[in-house]
Write a protein that binds this ligand. Structure first.
Ligand code: ZN
Length: 78
């Protein structure tokens, strides 16, 4: 298991996501941003919009996705 925070994934807070793969933590962040949006948390809106844009334009998001995967791969195991 490895840990990435909301901030590592472009968000504004230090909530930690744990996962076996980069996709796990990206999905956890996606859920976290959705929940924040629902709760009316304006501080997460920018990150939420960016994430939404990535799902909509997966080709354009490739750079971010690759960088996040690399960052995850470089992390030590928990
Ligand atoms: Zn957050």
């Amino acid at each position: 298991m490895k840990t990435m925070t909301c901030r590592d994934l472009g968000g504004p807070c230090d909530l930690a996501h744990h996962g076996e793969s980069a996709d796990d933590v990206i999905n956890a962040q996606d859920q976290h941003l959705k929940a924040a949006e629902k709760a009316g948390d304006a501080s997460h809106q920018e990150a939420r919009d960016a994430m939404k844009g990535r799902w909509r334009h997966p080709k354009r998001a490739m750079g971010w996705y690759k960088a996040t995967k690399q960052a995850f791969a470089d992390l030590p195991d928990d």
